[in-house]
Ligand binder design. Sequence first.
Ligand code: SF4
Length: 291
Amino acid sequence: MPFCSLPCINFKKFYHLVVKHIFGPVPSRRLGISLGIDLVPYKTCNLDCVYCEAGKTQYKTMERKPYVSVDTIMYELQAHFLNPNPKIDYFTLSGAGEPTLNQDIEIIIGAIKKEFPSYPLALITNGTLFSDPVVRAQVSKVDVILPSFDAASLHTFNLINRPEPSLDFNTIVQGFIDLRDEFTGKIWVEIFVIPGLNDELSELQSMKNALIKIRPDIVHLNSLDRPSSESWVRIEPLSRLEQICEFFQPLPCKILAKMVPTKKLARIEREEHTKEIQNHIQDLQEIPNNL
Ligand code: SF4
């Protein structure tokens, strides 16, 4: 008798129908082996970043609502753990949209922490909603927050991040500062550097001034190494990224971008990561939201 007595269904396809909001584990340059948890429908975001690897924002919104319920997330996490499970360094709230738009994020964080207390929990976010004290309080129990901070002027913010019109740039920066004052975990700021957009000296000086007030635990510099929303986005040369890191001193700074992977493993990991994200995005595009 064959191991599976069911008609030979495509288990991977079936599994992705059941597990719609969990993806990975994937190798992450910042978080080791990370299990992604997506809290909003595909490309629901209040920004439309030119470098977004998930493509153009389809639902640009400021509306916070329970896009995905805590029951759904916990059910999918349990389903995931029924499968052979490799080592995971972090659970990560991230994905193809902005997780803080889910107004139940505090409940979801609490449930994950209760059910899986041994795993550290990370939040990858664009940080734009931290001007709201309610949002800051809701995410206070995660272990590390990884917000994006790509611009220090309204002009550059509009060029790179293409925000929902009601977002106010100065309020966002103050939200980062307030987050640092209140949050006891780690804050790892990521800057996506784009030649000609945010790598000029005046922009970098303004960014450094803001970062000194924000006091992140580390600044990560990233640059293009995957397909982006806009094909005109170019790679920042490694030598320029090194200069920028130097310029940001005494702020701790590290370059994330692997411009020329020197080890075969690095290349394989990057390709697998990209493939996993692309599979997740493809699954989300194929599956109706009412499933
Ligand atoms: S904030 Fe993130 S999900 Fe939203 S458009 Fe930018 S990169 Fe994409």
